[in-house]
Design a protein around this ligand. Structure first.
Ligand SMILES: NC(=O)C1=CN([C@@H]2O[C@H](COP(=O)(O)OP(=O)(O)OC[C@H]3O[C@@H](n4cnc5c(N)ncnc54)[C@H](OP(=O)(O)O)[C@@H]3O)[C@@H](O)[C@H]2O)C=CC1
Ligand SMILES: CC(=O)C(=O)O
Ligand SMILES: [Mg+2]
Length: 645
């Protein structure tokens, strides 16, 4: 070891190669000049390297790399730069006319050459998003068993009860930052697809990387298989999941609980768990239960809420008025519908300084049994009760529109073609610019098409957005570009912001911050074209701005940054807010023994002491265990770690 720097020696001891630039994940340390040597780190070489999607570069391996990694002869002699490979692949995808074939082509590429897959996605996001994501991913999930090739993601089934941690440890990557998990019970608007819902976490996480820039190795797609009630799948010989009806009650709860505990145990408290496409009878309860103990986010409830609120805010920015001037009618009162309603009410109450109850008065919901009114209060799920206003029972949407006279109609019932000509005409007779959002996915479940929204609202008066994409529509010589109101605008940037901030809880204010950041990126030029979101072509920039805002908000919400100074006179404790605007000092305390302050519950025990700070019940506590072993008691400082009780 003579002649080595301490750092090199440490690296050698840890079994990693020196040289090159090591990134935050401990990957990418090698350079072309200083390749990782097989005896320093166990990496694939030769034939195995070509089969390893994370490192395979296909024909782009240089001469030097081919020598260093034992690839000579395993590849044809030509060296193609990545750009040329990308061009070739794009031509290949375009030749495939069947969307499902395109999906399979792209999934194969992801499993073969991950970097090339993401380069292709990033450079052609508007064209390829509908393949990897809605609508095609819906069909892929329906046929997942038949098209199954190489397994993607991690499956945790009822059979793994008692061994979930063990299963998690089989996943090859250790530095996980985002998990997207489903139990497959409400896949888009297609219902219960059981274990075949895996296409959704895989697709969402592909977007985390392509749209948000989170590294693929930090993303973990998980499907929890508790069975399925889908008879067709249970009778399908190619079905990939447990062939049993769904577990419910205690059996379900215990598996989910074991999973959530294992996630924290294996990856720590800073891993973001995104719940996706759970049925609403579990989704609300899971979010409610784990938001107090884990870093969790429900994309269907919170992500959708943020994207719709952003669209509304952007629309108002150009059309004038405030949210409180509007009357909202939701067709569909589940995760998406009530999630949006709640966030809109929160924003209204903040803008107009009224209570949320007051804000709820302008929000009406329709579910499968009709308008939600006070006489139904005893028979509806808790998340609908806030909207059960005084009104006669109304059975159908058209009558509800005529009665309520909404300015905005927001569909998330998963019922295709439910915004009929009469519905859109009624909205247009009440409003000069009716807001019509057809959020249901995939395209077959969309409440109406873009063309219908524009043509039935005469001279294209509708401000329209849809969950799945529609092509631009030419109407009366004017080109309308329909907005895609999809949570894909939010979750990649939101998740990135959460993980870079090191937050350990998701707060509503962070979701609001994401919505504001998205809305701010809509320009008058976009709005003139009919868009209430900026185009997906700039999604990387959009996501970055959202992430920055969310991370800043996370810091704003952390109440304390603490500094302890110890000298012979005693202990000086200073508390600061950590806000993005530089923070301000909250407290300065001198103590020689325990201190308790009621203003902000500051507890300071002496030697070796613990400082503990609390602000409100669900807020952060700062905790420091300090071992004072310095004889002279000269000034010693320490930062306080964060933790939530
Ligand atoms: N664009 C986007 O970003 C997103 C889109 N979505 C889409 O929204 C749809 C719904 O998702 P989600 O809210 O999670 O699902 P839920 O199952 O939680 O909610 C569906 C709601 O629709 C109601 N409904 C069902 N049938 C009818 C009907 N015939 N008439 C009126 N209401 C009806 C249900 O009524 P009841 O309560 O009585 O059963 C329920 O309130 C899906 O298609 C999904 O793909 C979801 C998330 C994001
Ligand atoms: C977009 C989405 O999350 C959904 O349709 O469920
Ligand atoms: Mg979803």
């Amino acid at each position: 070891m003579a002649g080595r720097s301490g750092e090199e020696a440490d690296a050698a001891m840890a079994g990693v190669a020196t040289g090159g630039v090591e990134d935050a994940y401990g990957e990418d340390r090698a350079t072309e000049d200083q390749p990782v040597t097989p005896w320093a780190v166990c990496i694939a070489s030769g034939h195995s390297l070509l089969r390893d999607p994370r490192h395979n570069k296909g024909l782009s391996f240089t001469e030097k790399e081919r020598d260093a990694h034992y690839l000579r002869g395993l590849l044809p002699p030509a060296i193609l730069p990545q750009e040329l490979q990308e061009k070739r692949l794009l031509q290949n995808v375009r030749q495939l006319e069947v969307p499902l074939q395109r999906y399979m082509f792209l999934m194969d590429l992801q499993e073969r050459n991950e970097r090339l897959f993401y380069k292709l996605m990033i450079d052609n996001v508007e064209e390829l998003l509908p393949v990897v994501y809605t609508p095609t991913v819906g069909e892929a999930c329906q046929k997942y068993g038949s098209i199954f090739r190489r397994s993607q993601g991690l499956y945790i089934s009822l059979k793994d009860k008692g061994r979930v941690l063990e299963v998690l440890r089989n996943w090859p990557e250790k530095s996980i930052q985002v998990i997207v998990v489903t139990d497959g019970e409400r896949i888009l608007g297609l219902g219960d697809l059981g274990c075949q819902g895996m296409g959704i976490p895989v697709g969402k996480l592909a977007l985390y990387t392509a749209l948000g820039g989170v590294r693929p190795s930090a993303c973990l797609p998980i499907t929890i298989d508790v069975g399925t009630n889908n008879e067709e799948l249970l009778n399908d010989e190619f079905y990939i999941g447990l062939r049993q009806r769904r577990a419910t009650g205690q059996e379900y709860t215990e598996l989910l609980d074991e999973f959530m505990v294992a996630v924290k145990q294996n990856y720590g408290q800073k891993v973001l768990v995104q719940f996706e496409d759970f049925a609403n009878h579990n989704a609300f309860a899971l979010l409610d239960k784990y938001k107090a103990t884990h870093l969790v986010f429900n994309d269907d409830i919170q992500g959708t809420a943020a994207v719709v609120l952003a669209g509304l805010m952007a629309g108002l920015k150009f059309a004038g008025g405030t949210l409180a001037d509007h009357t909202f009618l939701f067709f569909g009162a589940g995760e998406a519908g009530t999630g949006i309603a709640e966030l809109v009410a929160l924003e209204i109450s903040m803008q107009s300084k009224t209570s949320q109850e007051e804000a709820h008065k302008n929000i009406w919901l329709v579910d499968s049994k009709g308008l939600i009114v006070s006489s139904r209060k005893d028979s509806i799920q808790p998340f609908k009760k806030l909207y059960a206003h005084e009104h006669e029972p109304v059975k159908d949407l058209l009558s509800a529109i005529k009665d309520i006279k909404p300015t905005a109609l927001i569909g998330s019932a998963g019922v295709g073609q439910s915004f009929t000509k009469e519905v859109i005409e009624a909205m247009s007779s009440i409003n000069k610019r009716p807001i019509i959002l057809a959020l249901s996915n995939p395209t077959s479940k969309s409440e109406c098409t873009a063309e219908q929204a524009y043509s039935w609202s005469q001279v294209g008066r509708a401000i329209f957005g849809s969950g799945s994409p529609f092509d631009p529509v030419k109407y009366n010589e004017k080109l309308f570009i329909p907005a895609q109101a999809n949570n894909a605008y939010i979750f990649p940037g939101f998740g990135l912001g959460v993980v870079i901030s090191g937050a350990i809880r998701v707060k509503d204010d962070m979701v609001l911050a994401a919505a504001e950041a998205l809305a701010e990126q809509v320009t008058a030029e976009h709005f003139d074209k009919g868009l209430i979101y900026p185009p997906f072509s700039s999604i990387r920039k959009i996501s970055t701005n959202i992430a920055a805002r969310v991370a800043a908000k996370a810091y704003d919400l952390v109440p304390f940054y603490g500094e302890l100074s110890v000298d012979h006179k005693g202990v000086l404790c200073k508390l600061f807010t950590l806000g993005s605007k530089g923070g301000r000092q909250l407290h300065q305390r001198k103590a020689t023994s325990s201190v308790v302050s009621n203003e902000q519950t500051l507890i300071l025990h002496k030697g070796p002491f613990v400082a503990q700070f609390r602000e409100g019940e669900d807020r952060l506590l700062g905790l420091l265990k300090y071992e004072d072993n310095r004889a002279d008691h000269s000034l010693t400082r320490a930062k306080i770690g964060y933790w939530v009780s």
